[in-house]
Design a protein around this ligand. Structure first.
Ligand code: NA7
Length: 535
């Protein structure tokens, strides 16, 4: 690790896909770079979220770096949607291949980042007492890395095992023969429930909000499809970057009503059978802007639930009715709804019968007691802003990011924050991030930051900060685009609704990857308009 006396060029916080690529890229430009990572190895969210059934919901051939064609060519994915262990093996391979680990201090959680205006340097400290000074601070802290762990009444009394999907034991946990409760039915709960239901004696699922989930139809990758992509992998990548989600285009028409009722039903059915990222709502471009179009997709999925789930009462409890489909992040599953037909699975609808308290060996709701040996929290994250706020970032005049974002995150392009010079937020709030394929989004951000740093070095600049007016304009643009959609109608982590007291604000840019990337390029071409650069 670099000494405290000599400042380095850049500190990168986080060694997930964002941090790994930032370290690789900046080092390849000859910069002195050091990374800090709270986990004991690379992988970021894929290191932490190693619960049974964890799997990527973007097709694996597209969920990978494209910065090096040799890497693209040599890495072989085994399934259409990679499992968490396979994604982690990929991260491990990347770290080995490019010798990244020697530039990273692991098991080192950053607990302070302070800007020094005089020296134009950041001081970064960790809980272990490490301290490094650097010209640039790259926060590659991920969008979903600060867990939300609800404090249920009586939880401390629980004598059984408490597990968290976001921090599952890496050595695994034997659930066989156990009475297990899962709280939470977002992506993590929906992925893990069918897998652990096969293992446990009894599984009780505590559901607060019924969620839409669609069949992933995971399988080995079709060899012909893979060969077609590999014939021109970079060309394929360029092609998918023309699509809103930076992944394979699924949209077949502008409006759900461009098709007759029969045609639309057949299209939904075909997509249901085929599975795949985004699922039914991505078939029509108006699914997330036109309530009637959205309702068509929602109705189709609700009917599927009623057909799959045997017990009508359970089926109804599993049926989402309080938000438009895909306005909470759509889930992809394998056998989720069918799992509730198993005799060893019970669904508890917390909207009807809320949890009263946890006791030594059970959860008591308003109408029953559910005995448990193990309690699993799949309760999500303080998304997007949580990881940055947790680092105790202090900018000009000692002002914290906490203060700057008291009314919700205010960023310039999701890349920088006024008042926090030389700080870059990889896939930060206000960028497309979680709405699109994350790895291309990471590459686009890191490349853009690297180009800006190269420009600054060439022109002898040492300080960069977005102008207040430019940031305000972008914040308004993110809001304007979100308000033209149905997304704000849901209580979701996209809006900050899942964390008590968090200001409500749609946190991702919904204008699509191509428009966003083009906007970033235009800004660079215009000599970095919107930024104040100083020598
Ligand atoms: P999510 O999608 O935020 O899901 C969390 C789930 O936990 C959701 O069903 C919540 O219900 C539920 N929850 C949260 N707090 C509580 C309490 N206090 N009581 C009961 N239930 C609760 O997180 P995931 O980890 O599943 O997925 C996050 C992303 O990771 C996912 O979208 C993918 O991008 C990968 P709610 O809906 O808030 O009523």
């Amino acid at each position: 690790m670099p000494g405290q006396e000599t400042p380095i060029d850049a500190v990168v916080v986080g060694a997930g896909f964002g941090g790994m690529y930032a370290i690789y890229k900046l080092r390849s430009m000859g910069l002195a770079v050091h990374g800090f990572e709270a986990a004991s190895d690379v992988g970021g969210t894929w290191w932490w979220n190693c619960y049974p059934g964890a799997r990527c919901d973007v097709e694996s051939l597209d969920y990978c770096y494209a910065f090096d064609e040799a890497l693209l060519d040599e890495w072989k994915w085994s399934e259409r949607f990679a499992t968490q262990p396979e994604v982690l093996r990929y991260a491990d391979h990347v770290a080995d291949r490019y010798g990244l680990r020697e530039h990273i201090t692991f098991s080192a959680r950053v607990n302070g980042c302070t800007w020094h205006e005089e020296q134009r340097l950041w001081t970064v400290t960790t809980e272990n007492g490490d301290e490094v000074r650097a010209r640039f601070l790259i926060a590659a802290t991920g969008c979903l890395s600060k867990p939300n762990r609800p404090d249920l009444p009586g939880l401390d009394d629980f004598a059984g095992e408490v597990l968290f999907t976001q921090a599952w034991p890496h050595e695994g946990y034997d659930l066989s023969g156990k009475r297990v409760g899962v709280i939470g039915t977002g992506s993590s709960g929906i992925q893990t429930i069918p897998v652990i239901a096969r293992e446990v004696e009894h599984l009780t699922v505590f559901q607060r909000t019924a969620n839409f989930t669609l069949p992933a139809v995971n399988r080995p990758i079709f060899p012909e499809y893979e060969a077609e992509i590999r014939a021109d992998y970079l060309g394929h990548r360029r092609e998918i970057l023309q699509n809103r989600a930076a992944s394979v285009k699924q949209t077949i028409a502008d409006s759900a009503f461009d098709l007759t009722d029969e045609e639309r039903e057949a299209a939904y059915e075909a997509k249901w059978q085929r599975g795949g990222a985004g699922g039914i709502p991505v078939l029509f471009a108006d699914s997330l802007t036109n309530p009637a179009a959205n309702e068509e997709a929602a109705r189709f999925v609700r009917r599927k639930i009623s057909e799959i789930v045997d017990n009508p009462e359970t089926a109804e409890a599993l049926t989402p009715r309080d938000h438009p489909i895909a306005t909470k992040r759509i889930c992809l599953d394998t056998d989720y709804y069918a799992t509730f037909n198993r005799p060893n699975v019970t669904l508890v609808d917390l909207k009807k019968t809320p949890i009263e308290r946890v006791s030594t060996d059970a959860i008591r709701t308003t109408d029953a007691t559910y005995p448990l040996d193990v309690l699993i929290f799949a309760t999500g994250f303080d998304a997007m802003t949580g990881p940055l706020r947790a680092m105790n970032v202090r900018g000009i005049g000692g002002h914290t990011i906490e203060e700057a974002w008291a009314d919700g995150p205010r960023t310039w392009l999701g890349l920088m924050v006024a008042g926090f010079p030389n700080l870059f937020t990889i896939t930060g709030p206000g960028s497309p991030s979680v709405i699109v394929n994350m790895i291309p989004a990471i590459e686009q951000h890191v490349n853009w930051v690297a180009d800006l740093i190269a420009h600054m070095r060439k022109t002898g600049q040492t300080r960069v900060e977005p102008l207040d007016a430019a940031q305000e304009e972008w914040v308004n643009e993110v809001r304007r685009v979100a308000e033209a959609t149905l997304y704000p109608l849901a209580n979701s982590w996209y809006n900050g609704d899942n964390i008590a007291g968090k200001p409500r604000m749609f946190m991702a840019y919904l204008g699509g990857y191509p428009a966003y990337a083009q906007h970033c390029e235009e800004i660079a071409a215009a000599g970095y308009s919107g930024l104040e650069l100083a020598a």
